[in-house]
Design a protein around this ligand. Structure first.
Ligand code: GUN
Ligand code: ZN
Length: 427
């Protein structure tokens, strides 16, 4: 067992409200299976007597918080960040597909995966639902690297058997064989999970989507990840290709791809009926504000999502997204929440933004109580944050008179410099 004394941020498991202990204690120890979990968390003075003899590392002056959960990111697009293009479809064609075509080479995939996981750690991200490329070797490289680092991590080989250039286009039958082999090889190994990954409806034939839906029914606890309703040209194209479906989201529903643990990036140009279908089926949105701002895709409608009761959380969507940093993503989400705001007050509070990138994201992924929080029983993934990481942050956080003011200073001014340590699986 090991304990840490610092300020401590957690979230109420029911309401999602932030819980803050100025002088807190976090106690980590093995569970019955030998996995490092939170044994206790709360006020130092109230807890310390229960743990005589346990080594306590003194981190007073710093803030311990749950490791961030990124609901949607593309590891093969690490080198695509900041690519200038007119919008989503030209961006895919001109930059993304050419970059992704290199991932049939295992050595290239491994090198990028290593850099990617280093970057996640530097930014305090401890769990990510991640796209690989259409090459099975790309998913294998990411799984191998994540396993070596002890991460809770999900990915899958991308499915795209049409409207894709040579080098990334796969073959219908083989793509489904490879997906099932990936599920059997990786899903549930250590902390890894498989995600069935149709890129988006326009690049899959009906046969490929049907096969993906059959696998999703057969393996009900694997994840599904895709993109939907990101960009108006994309929506129009999807509807031309699937004229019998009720809507773009309806395409996925028609093929059995809306269920719990189905994660759809963007969800911008949805109807209210679509949002209600997401709520009813348990499918969730990965809100990707830096990507949507960079590619000019539009603004996620938080109020409409809440009215429908659909679940969502935050995502970087690197390389459409412009930063690995959860702080950059939370700030962009705040700005997006301001757009179209009709009610008075803050659109999103700092506590809500932080929850959406930790416990809220975990809940949306079906990992409630597993990651994204520091309540007893949660896996021991956390970050140590330095509120004085820059001169301006030191000045600002010293003046914070409330938790909201402290968290907002970190969200607005913070980046990788704030993350002084990232702990995964207790290490
Ligand atoms: N839609 C289909 N593929 C992609 C992708 O790689 N990035 C984004 N942002 N949208 C997509
Ligand atoms: Zn994406």
């Amino acid at each position: 067992m090991k304990a840490y004394r610092a300020s401590l941020l957690r979230f109420d498991e029911d309401s999602g409200a932030p819980l803050f202990d100025d002088d807190g204690l976090l106690v980590i120890g093995p569970d019955a299976n030998g996995r490092a979990v939170v044994r206790a968390a709360g006020v130092h003075g109230a807890l310390i007597g229960r743990f005589p003899g346990v080594a306590v590392e003194d981190l007073r002056g710093q803030l311990i918080a749950p490791g961030f959960v990124d609901m949607h990111i593309h590891y093969p697009q690490t080198d695509v960040i900041g690519a200038p293009a007119a919008g989503l479809l030209p961006w895919l064609e001109q930059y993304t597909f050419p970059h992704e075509s290199r991932f049939h080479e295992p050595a290239h995939a491994r090198e990028v995966a290593r850099f990617f996981f280093d970057e996640l750690a530097r930014n305090g991200v401890t769990t990510a639902l991640t796209f690989s490329t259409s090459h099975p070797a790309s998913a294998d490289a990411a799984f191998e690297e994540a396993r070596a680092r002890g991460l809770r991590f999900m990915t899958g080989k991308v499915l795209q058997d049409r409207h894709s250039p040579d080098g990334v286009r796969d073959q219908t039958e083989q793509s489904l064989i490879d997906t099932e082999a990936g599920i059997r090889r990786w899903h549930g190994v250590d902390r890894l999970g498989y995600a069935i990954t149709p890129r988006f409806a326009p690049t899959s034939t009906p046969a490929q989507l049907r096969g993906a839906g059959e696998l999703a029914a057969k393996y009900s606890d694997v994840w599904i990840q895709s993109h939907v309703a990101e960009n108006r040209d994309e929506v129009r194209w999807a509807m031309e290709l699937f004229p019998d479906s009720r809507s773009y989201l309806g395409i996925y529903e028609d093929f059995g791809l809306l269920r719990e643990r189905a994660v759809y990036a963007h969800c911008i140009h949805l109807s209210q009926a679509d949002r209600e279908r997401m709520a009813a089926t348990g499918a969730v949105a990965a809100v990707s504000p830096t990507s949507n701002l960079f590619l000019g895709s539009g603004f996620f409608d938080y109020q409409a999502a809440d009215a429908a009761g659909m679940r969502y959380g935050l995502a970087s969507d690197v390389g459409g997204g412009t930063s690995f940093s959860p702080f950059r993503t939370m700030l962009a989400a705040y700005v997006v929440g301001r757009e179209g705001q009709t009610k008075a007050g803050l659109s999103l509070t700092p506590g809500q933004l932080w929850w959406q990138h930790t416990a809220g994201a975990a809940r949306a992924l079906g990992l409630d109580g597993v990651v994204g929080n520091l309540q007893p029983g949660c896996e021991a993934d956390f970050v140590v944050l330095n509120p004085r990481a820059t001169p301006l942050l030191a000045r600002k956080t010293a003046q914070a008179n409330s938790l909201d003011e402290l968290l907002f200073a970190l969200i607005v001014l913070g980046d990788d410099r704030v993350v002084s340590r990232t702990v995964v699986n207790g290490r």
